[in-house]
Write a new protein. Structure first.
Length: 504
């Protein structure tokens, strides 16, 4: 009996042991992406630099297009080629279409009730669908047309005054203010000039919100000790202040819209639309009722995603044109020939200007406002280029580096809009060498609104004025990127140009 039981016990012991050993062997076979050397505790944090997309680009030349970094305890995979971007944003889109739970984003989005920062799931799907249909559709964008045309006309008048005295204008300031006004009017249906909450404070608030929303706290990167750094930098106090200011502002606007006797407007603003949905909704929409917090979270998205991105694009475009007179003359000829002497460019006109569209494309290739898109978080395990990527990994796609890669672009550093003649490559999410609006499930739903704003602004600036540099040569125009921003990157120094009236 003992003779036979011994092998049975042995087998019962051996099988689990073999299984454990096999699992360990498989685990050893896992192929993580190459990594630059790390330091204890901080990992690769010291290699991020002031402009992470540029640092990642340099590192990727040595460590490849799929590269693993550690930011404290957080694993981060940086994607730097069109092929790997296709794998991540198309083939494995579903495996990595969530967003990391960032403290700042969580607070400013009323615990992820928005679209941009909400984790992937039913709620995000419903909310995104609702906003795509109700807020970002071609019809809705069209309904805001008069706002854009009026605001652009006001800007042209103010530049015209400066031009009559041959004064230089700070175009960066003016373009940010223009976009701020447009978004405020689209969201709240009124202008804020001269009030306590004027454009200047609004712009500051957007910058401050982006700075606290788009980054990890030290506590998230370094558990146990990070909170000391956060206390030292005043992160939470800053976040609370920004949240309080925006929240009271949004609440007041919602209350004003709910006031009895408010005159009904023909063109609904974003609060009108959201309040209508709140009134008419069926409970099944989100499994819960749409509340004021949902509305405020969407407003937050519209402000954070909608103001900076379009303004940054217009400013880079004007900077590139100012140092490329050949392109400047060609695009101005196109606009002026098409418009004649009518005095201004309408949105219908702007839509017909093919070379202008190429100028915008070329600007977005070289200067994508969100150079690393928005961070994604993986939901499940998958492989890219044979490398294992595990759940809860942060993914950043370096759209900026891919847009400058000589593998896909001839003379990539040159501002040459003609590269898009007879070229089907576009930024609509199907060509992974050109990712200014992202791709896949989390791609930008506001691209039509953004592009319409950029086109009408640029077309009028180019039609109404000739532009001269203020006391510097073209080659000396500062084209550096600003540091200290988190989600979007703008031009470092203000763009100062001298306007000369074309229509005397
Ligand atoms: C030139 C203008 C714009 C550019 C270049 C731009 C670019 C982007 C990029 C790169 C992303 C991230 C995509 C990804 O993670 O794959 C994004 C997301 C987003 N954008 Fe835009 N954007 C622009 C204008 C706008 C406007 C005007 C709005 C709305 C008013 C908007 C709303 C959003 C929202 C809500 C998301 C988050 C989508 C999600 O997570 O599901 N964007 N945008």
């Amino acid at each position: 009996m003992a003779l036979y039981t011994a092998p049975i016990w042995l087998t019962l012991f051996l099988i689990p042991l073999l299984l454990v050993l096999k699992k360990m062997k498989n685990q050893n076979k896992q192929l993580l992406p190459p990594s630059p050397p790390k330091l204890p505790i901080i990992g690769n944090l010291h290699q991020l630099g002031a402009l992470p997309h540029q640092s990642f680009w340099k590192l990727s030349k040595k460590y490849g297009p799929v590269m693993l970094l550690k930011i404290g305890r957080i694993p981060l995979v940086v994607i730097s080629s069109a092929e790997a971007a296709r794998d991540v944003l198309k083939v494995h889109d579903l495996d990595c279409c969530s967003r990391p739970p960032l403290t700042g984003a969580g607070k400013l989005s009323y615990n992820y009730l928005d679209i941009s920062f909400a984790p992937y799931g039913d709620y995000w799907r419903h909310m995104r669908k609702l906003c795509v249909i109700e807020l970002f559709s071609v019809k809705r964008v069209q309904s805001f047309r008069s706002i854009r045309e009026e605001e652009v006309a006001l800007l042209m008048n103010s530049i015209s005054q400066a031009s009559s005295s041959a004064l230089p204008v700070d175009l960066s300031e003016k373009i940010f203010a223009l976009n701020g006004s447009m978004v405020l009017r689209m969201a709240f249906g009124k202008r804020f000039q001269g009030s306590h909450f004027d454009n200047h404070r609004f712009e500051e608030l957007i910058d401050e919100s982006e700075a606290v929303a788009g980054c990890f706290t030290a506590e998230e990167c370094f558990p146990y000790v990070g909170w000391i750094i956060d206390r030292f930098t005043g992160y939470h106090a800053k976040l609370d202040r920004v949240f309080y200011e925006l929240d009271s502002f949004f609440q007041q606007e919602i209350d004003d819209h709910l006031k009895f006797g408010r005159t009904k407007r023909e063109d609904e603003d974003i609060i009108d639309v959201m309040l209508k949905i709140e009134r008419e909704q069926t409970k099944s929409c989100f499994g819960a009722h749409l509340t004021n917090d949902h509305i405020k979270a969407v407003l937050m998205d519209v402000f954070l995603a909608g103001v900076d991105t379009s303004a940054i694009t217009v400013i880079w475009a004007m900077a590139e044109l100012a140092r490329n007179p050949r392109v400047m003359n060609k695009v101005q000829d196109e606009v002026r020939e098409y418009i004649g002497k009518t005095g201004s460019v309408t949105e219908n006109d702007a839509d017909q200007l093919q070379y202008l569209k190429m100028v915008i494309k070329e600007t977005l290739r070289l200067h994508p406002p969100a150079p690393l898109l928005l961070p994604r978080e993986t939901i499940s395990h998958f492989k890219v280029n044979g490398h294992d990527i595990y759940p809860k990994t942060l993914i950043q796609v370096n759209a900026w580096a891919i847009g400058r890669d000589p593998k896909y672009w001839k003379k990539p550093e040159e501002f040459f809009p003609e590269r898009f003649i007879d070229n089907t490559v576009d930024f609509k999410g199907q060509h992974f060498e050109f990712l200014s609006f992202g791709a896949g499930r989390r791609s930008c739903p506001g691209s039509h609104m953004g592009l319409t704003t950029v086109e009408i602004t640029l077309a009028n600036l180019l039609y109404r004025f000739n532009w001269k540099l203020s006391g510097i040569k073209q080659a000396d125009l500062n084209m550096e990127e600003a540091t200290g921003q988190s989600l979007t990157i703008s031009k470092k120094t203000p763009l100062i140009l001298v306007p000369v009236n074309y229509l005397q």
